[in-house]
Ligand binder design. Structure first.
Ligand SMILES: [Zn+2]
Length: 497
């Protein structure tokens, strides 16, 4: 039991003495019939400002009621707090919809070495992630984990499975593959490195069967114009967007360039936005908006390219980086995304410029009315599960988005990308009870979302605070510090071996 857990319990003892809310703190991992989150400040997932205090009543796996407690609302006949089987005192805390990670990979190994799934699932929950879109892993295993999560058998976010499509040889094979994935129970499909004819066929078949499509558009035959023409749901990462805006259609690669050499690939990716023609880029972004192609930029996952030292020395590595993942992150041409041998200050300079142009394009896309989501693609390139999503939120702030909008991108917008906007991504009666209770105000400091917390000065004293305190997924409350204590234990044990 952690100190914070004890404090949570004490908080409830104090609360029990008030008339507003009676009850005991929930047990981590155990759903009660009626859970009350009392006296919360709410930031919803629809881009509206914070409001409160409010009581949120969760019944089984649904948000049953959101009750304003302010005197004006009470004067209008607002009701007082409800009775409940368990109470979370959210006084001074912020409640948000559970975060959605739109670009995740379920990983039980790295570089061929086993890594326990509990490690990744616990960190996701502790970072406030209640839903993931898995865009490529072992599909049968992902479907099994999806079921176990849905039935509450494992502590895990909700899982939407978008299997990797592979590279069918022709249109007929592409259609057959879509049908096979539908039959397996896939929620959508992830495409990567696909040619135009097979992409056209797979997209039309997927639309017919109601499967959504996430496209990792690399520097390939297809680019954002194909997503616009065929109706892709979301472009993952970013390459296909500036690539569609290059004069002459091909980037100015040196003659020695080899796309299969990851150092080449990532090095010259850092020159891509500067080679895009701004007017053409605007047309591409307008095309995406018109065709409802969303953009899930996964900004965290390229950050090592612009600042390798930062990426390699993230403070949470000390306690929470699994040795198998640590080994995988080391520069090694055999591992995807570990391309940093010989990475130069010049490479970083190009990538810093690339980020500036990328951020400007993202803001322009937003101004034009485009739908922006968020995913972390963690487990590669020094990004840890969950932490990467929060870092992504910080990068969206650097891009110029207001934190209210960033929370919307990570919740309501991602729900739209998943086609779940009537069920997920909001603090609203009738929606799934996927909520997080945050120790601190994420609108002031997104860093309060990191499980490692933040230090603040209060009355001249340094206070360690922050972190998600409770992640409620499908009505099941998980005590985040308890989950992270378990992660720490997993890591310590694995390091001993
Ligand atoms: Zn990925």
């Amino acid at each position: 039991m952690t100190i914070r857990y004890l404090l949570a319990a004490i908080g409830v003892v104090v609360l029990a003495g008030t008339a507003a809310a009676q009850g005991t703190a929930p047990t981590s991992g155990k759903r009660v019939r009626r859970l009350l989150i009392h006296n919360a400040t709410v930031v919803d997932g629809n881009g509206t400002p914070a409001s409160g205090p409010k009581d949120i009543v969760v019944e089984n796996n649904l948000i049953a009621d959101v009750i304003p407690l302010d005197p004006v609302a009470m004067g209008r006949g607002g009701r007082g707090a409800a009775q409940a089987d368990a109470v979370i005192d959210a006084t001074g805390k912020y409640v948000l919809p559970g975060l959605i990670n739109a670009h995740a990979h379920l990983q039980e190994e790295r570089g061929g070495k086993p890594q326990p799934i509990e490690y990744e699932l616990n960190i996701w929950l502790a970072c406030g992630i209640t839903t993931i879109r898995d865009v490529g892993s072992d599909t049968r295993r992902a479907l099994e984990l999806r079921r176990q999560s849905a039935e509450g058998e494992i502590a895990a976010p909700r899982i939407f499975v978008y299997p990797m499509f592979g590279r069918p040889r022709n249109a007929e094979e592409a259609r057959a593959r879509v049908r096979a994935l539908k039959e397996m129970g896939a929620d959508g499909i992830k495409i990567l490195g696909i040619d135009r004819d097979t992409m056209a066929a797979m997209e039309s078949e997927a639309h017919r069967l109601g499967l959504r499509i996430a496209h990792h558009a690399g520097v390939e035959e297809t680019n954002a114009w194909d997503d616009i023409n065929f109706g892709t749901t979301s472009i993952e990462h970013w390459y296909g967007i500036p690539d569609a805006a290059i004069e002459g259609g091909v980037q100015n690669f040196p003659s020695s360039y080899n796309y299969n050499n990851e150092t080449d690939r990532f090095r010259y990716a850092g020159h891509l936005f500067r080679e895009a023609n701004p007017e053409r880029l605007t047309k591409v972004l307008e095309g995406m908006v018109k065709a409802n192609v969303a953009w899930d930029p996964t900004m965290d996952i390229y950050e090592a390219s612009r600042d390798l030292q930062r990426a390699q020395t993230q403070p949470w590595f000390a306690d929470y980086l699994h040795p198998v993942l640590e080994e995988y992150f080391k520069p090694n041409p055999a591992n995807h995304g570990s391309y940093f041998i010989g990475w130069t200050s010049t490479d970083e300079m190009y990538w810093k410029e690339n980020y500036r142009l990328w951020m400007a394009a993202l803001r322009q896309f937003d101004r034009l009315g485009g739908l922006i989501g968020m995913g972390d693609d963690a487990g590669f390139i020094y990004q840890m599960y969950g932490f990467g999503l929060i870092r992504g939120m910080e990068l969206h702030q650097e891009a110029g988005f207001h934190p209210i909008k960033i929370i919307q991108q990570a919740t309501g917008n991602n729900a739209k990308i998943l086609g779940q906007e009537e069920r997920l991504g909001r603090v609203r009666a009738g929606f799934a009870a996927d909520l997080i209770v945050v120790n601190g105000n994420p609108l002031e400091n997104l860093k309060v979302l990191y499980p490692s917390g933040v230090d603040e000065i209060r009355n001249g004293k340094v206070v360690h605070t922050g972190g998600v305190e409770w992640t409620i997924k499908d009505g099941i409350p998980y005590h985040a510090p308890t989950l992270m204590a378990r992660v720490k234990e997993i890591v310590a044990q694995a390091r001993k071996k």
